[in-house]
Design a protein around this ligand. Sequence first.
Ligand SMILES: CC(C)(COP(=O)(O)OP(=O)(O)OC[C@H]1O[C@@H](n2cnc3c(N)ncnc32)[C@H](O)[C@@H]1OP(=O)(O)O)[C@@H](O)C(=O)NCCC(=O)NCCS
Length: 188
Amino acid sequence: MNNRAPSTLRTKKCVLRPFTMDDASSMLKNWTTDARVTTYLRWFPHKTIEDTNTILTQWVDAYQKPFTYRWAIADINTNEAIGSIDVIRVDQPNEHVEMGYCLGYKYWNKGIMTSALEAVIAFLFNDVHVHRITACHDDRNPASGRVMERVGMRKEGVFLESERSKEGDWINMVHYAILDHEYKNNKK
Ligand SMILES: CC(C)(COP(=O)(O)OP(=O)(O)OC[C@H]1O[C@@H](n2cnc3c(N)ncnc32)[C@H](O)[C@@H]1OP(=O)(O)O)[C@@H](O)C(=O)NCCC(=O)NCCS
C-alpha cells in the first residue's frame, strides 16, 4: 500500500478536491446543518459556523498526516463544496480501507455520489494499491447501499444491532466490499 497524496479527481458529475478553510460557509449551507443529511449519520446537525469550522480545521490539518484520503465533492461548474467523501479507517497491515460519504440534500439522486465513489475506488486501487475497500450503511438508508452496488461493491452481510445510532438505538449495518482483483476483473 503506497502513501500517495490524494490528487484532485474529475468525474462527469463533480470534482473531488482537498478541503480548504474557505469551504466552511458552503458546508454549512449545503449539508452540515441539515437534519435530512444527518438522519443516518453519527453526528447531529451543526448549530453554528464554529461547529463546522472546528471539524474543517481538523480535516485541513489532517492532510499533513500520511494515509489521509478526504475530498470535498465540488460542484462541477462553481467549485462550491457540496459534500464529502473520505477514507474513515485505514488498516495498513491488511491493506484495507473503509469509506464514508455525504452530500447536500439538493444534490441527491443525480448520480453524483456514484461517480465520486467510482473515482475514489479507482484511485485507491490504481494509485494507493489497497487490497480491500469496504463501506457500510444503516439498513434504513437504502440509497447509500444502492451507491455501493452501483460501483460494483459486493454485499457481505448484515450485522444485526452492531452499532448504536446517535440517538442510542441499536441499528443493523449492511456491509459491502470490493477486492482489488474483483475490481480488475470487473473492468475487463
Ligand atoms: C446516500 C447518498 C450519499 C446518495 O448520494 P446520491 O448522489 O444521491 O446517490 P446517487 O444519485 O449516485 O445514487 C442513489 C441511488 O439510490 C437510489 N435511491 C434513492 N433513494 C432511495 C430509497 N429510498 N430506496 C432505495 N433506493 C433509493 C436512487 O434511485 C439511485 O439509484 P439508481 O441510480 O439505481 O436509481 C446521499 O443521499 C447522502 O449524502 N445522504 C446523507 C448522508 C448519508 O446517508 N451518507 C451515507 C452514510 S453510509
